[in-house]
Design a protein around this ligand. Structure first.
Ligand code: NAD
Ligand code: UDP
Length: 337
């Protein structure tokens, strides 16, 4: 039996693949390589001694999907494929809708055709918009502030509707907070091919000397030190959450076939706190300067993870120090490999 991971050579997909391969699942990766490279497959082989089945293709292409579902006995899909840059989504809303929403529809239609009804979807904390309270639980109202977040909300609506119409579906929509860090081998990590968007890839660029300083977007937020607070979660804790989700899908009650679940560490760190931790554990200095706020950024966002703890029997284990050590170790190793 195989698991299909869409966006499988990307950051989250590749880390899920490594754990599934280690647990003796057959893994099929589909990715159009718009934000990753095929080199990931080589690294997966180095880590696990097993090759994933890789297909370069687009989730919008039903022929490719159909071919994969014909070739493999797919049991479930982890659907990570998607465009994820908030700023870019404001400039290209149609492209984000086409890629993320229409692409998901194609995937669902081919899954249904092949009687595959188990799905784990990569959603995002961005669906909550500007938080009305903390910590944010899954009942928090949705308020997408940009086309990227809207695409996630639209997909969740489609998934929920589908699950109501056909009780064969078993779907978990995992709302990720801020995954960072790398696999313990340091052969896999966050390695975007496009323009980086998130805090850590920018910290890496400064640490590598490719940029002179980090721009910290705003120091006048309503937080103790004025910089934005986020809920950073180690990528391997996030992956553990997917493995637990796979197990949960097997035993999900018949009456309950769609759920939203937050995956975060359950506590927030400001940009300055993250930088301090990164500098301390890696014995590095990261020069920075404060700039204007980034449009659409919220002051503070951290998760209530009670539902994941109870339903998935899952707990994040790694600290912010682990995350900072691991992110830099991956970056250093990348230069050598
Ligand atoms: P990523 O860009 O590293 O991985 C996504 C992969 O999907 C890339 O390899 C890209 O080439 C591929 N892809 C994009 N569109 C595709 C298409 N139409 N067909 C096939 N492949 C396609 O991103 P990631 O960080 O691994 O994120 C995975 C998912 O998790 C995304 O859906 C993202 O929105 C979501 N998410 C990520 C974060 C985060 O901070 N990393 C937070 C919340 C949610
Ligand atoms: N951030 C920053 N400089 C950067 C990138 C991000 O100061 O170059 C800040 C951003 O304003 C936010 C935090 O770092 O407060 C996390 O940003 P990221 O884009 O990683 O996550 P998101 O805001 O999407 O949750």
């Amino acid at each position: 039996m195989s698991i299909l991971i869409t966006g499988g050579t990307g950051y989250i997909g590749s880390h899920c693949a490594v754990e599934l391969l280690k647990n003796n699942f057959e893994v099929v990766l589909l990715d159009n390589l718009s934000n990753s490279t095929e080199a990931v497959c080589k690294h997966l082989y180095k880590i696990c001694g097993k090759k994933p089945n890789f297909y370069r293709g687009n989730i919008n292409n039903e022929e490719v999907l159909d071919y994969i579902f014909k070739c493999f006995d797919i049991k479930a899909v982890i659907h990570c494929a998607g465009l994820k840059a908030v700023g870019e989504s404001v400039l290209k809303p149609i492209e984000y809708h086409e890629n993320n929403v229409e692409g998901t529809k194609s995937l669902l239609s081919v899954m249904q055709k092949h009687d595959v009804y188990k799905l784990i979807f990569s959603s995002s904390a961005s669906v909550y918009g500007n938080p009305e309270y903390h910590p944010i639980d899954e009942m928090h109202p949705l308020n997408p502030l940009n086309p990227y977040a809207s695409s996630k909300v639209k997909i969740e609506e489609i998934l929920k509707k589908l699950s109501i119409e056909n009780s064969k579906w078993k779907i978990l929509s995992l709302r990720y907070f801020n995954p960072i860090g790398a696999h313990d081998s340091y052969l896999l990590g966050d390695d975007p091919t496009g323009q980086p968007n998130n805090l850590f890839p920018f910290i890496m660029k400064v640490a590598m000397g490719e940029r002179e300083e980090l721009e910290i977007f705003g120091n006048d937020y309503n937080t103790p030190d004025g910089t934005g607070i986020r809920d950073y979660i180690h990528i391997m804790d996030l992956v553990d959450g997917h493995i637990s989700s796979m197990l949960y899908l097997e035993k999900m009650e018949a009456s309950l076939n769609y759920e939203n679940i937050n995956l975060g560490a359950g506590r927030g760190y400001s940009v300055l706190e993250v930088l301090d931790s990164f500098e301390t554990v890696n014995n590095l200095k990261i020069p920075y300067r404060f700039t204007e706020r980034r449009e659409g950024d919220v002051d503070n966002s951290y998760a209530n993870i009670s539902k994941a703890k109870v339903k998935l029997d899952w707990m994040p284990k790694r600290t912010i120090e682990d995350m900072c050590t691991s992110a830099w170790s991956f970056q250093k190793k990348k230069i050598l490999v």
